[in-house]
Design a protein around this ligand. Sequence first.
Ligand code: NAD
Length: 331
Amino acid sequence: MHKITWIPGDGVGPEISDASRAVIDASGVDIEWEIVDAGVDVMEQYGTPLPDHVLESVRRNKIAIKGPITTPVGTGFRSVNVALRKALDLYANLRPAKSLPGVKTRFEDIDLVIVRENTEDLYAGIEHMVTDDAAESIKIITKKASRRIVKFAFEYALQEGRKKVTAVHKANIMKCTDGLFLATAREVAQEYPQIEFEDRIVDNMCMQLVIKPELYDVLVLPNLYGDIVSDLCAGMVGGLGVAPGANIGEGIAVFEPVHGSAPKYKGMNKVNPLALLQSGILMLRYINEREAADRIYEAMIAVLEEGSKVTYDLGGSATTSQMAEAIIARM
Ligand code: NAD
């Protein structure tokens, strides 16, 4: 039996959480959920959107799945998501992008995995005004963080039977920072002779992805490029309603959809549960419950192929819960 923290989040988080949890439970996997609330709805009660007991629950159980959380405006709290990543040192952001039958996009047969470094780069937030008319931001790249993210990409490739890792950078211009990332990636690649390794300059990578995406497999990127390229890839497979993700550290992982809390749809039972459900499938694979993961995935594909029980963003009129019920019925 697994004990896993579930943070429903706010906005549409609770409704996609109910739908996704019902599907995961119906797969027969033995999980005891510890459901804890975070986000704007608990601000008043706890004075913070991320109460200590939520963080403690994730630390204790080591695995968590969460719905989106609104970033409160004007409270001085940057973001619950960023706070969680920092507090738990969730250094790897994993975002698979795989075409789904029945989900119309401009691209077919996309099967990419984006591994984004989550802790440094321009996201370290070290910036200031030099004068009223000039601002400066400092880009931090360390060998330690580069090494562990590239190692993560190779280990993931090995575990999932993938063939190639591509390091993405701009080392031709940023010779120190991206140069260090690339040199470190090359070093780590030597430790994995069974996996092909190559590198691409980020602008060329973007062009290649829309022209010949089939040439790529696992991409590993520093924080900023990872942020941009992962959204590009999410768009190639159907956008926010279906894009799953995970933030992973040493022996600890938080699975969550890429999308935010979509406040305008809150309480309407309308949005697509698949981004969160697919994050759940990723989680089941991570905890080695592969059979349950495959069962849910196949039922989900059957519902997408059949096409009548899908949410508005996929051209249907099913509600969040109806789509989940259809997946459960297929299982
Ligand atoms: P958003 O992702 O919440 O929504 C943008 C639009 O995308 C929605 O209006 C909707 O049209 C569509 N959409 C999103 N999720 C969908 C789904 N499951 N099914 C169908 N359509 C979907 O982005 P936003 O409006 O920029 O952000 C809202 C709030 O969420 C902000 O406070 C932001 O900070 C926060 N946010 C949180 C996370 C997170 O918790 N990890 C991530 C991104 C944004």
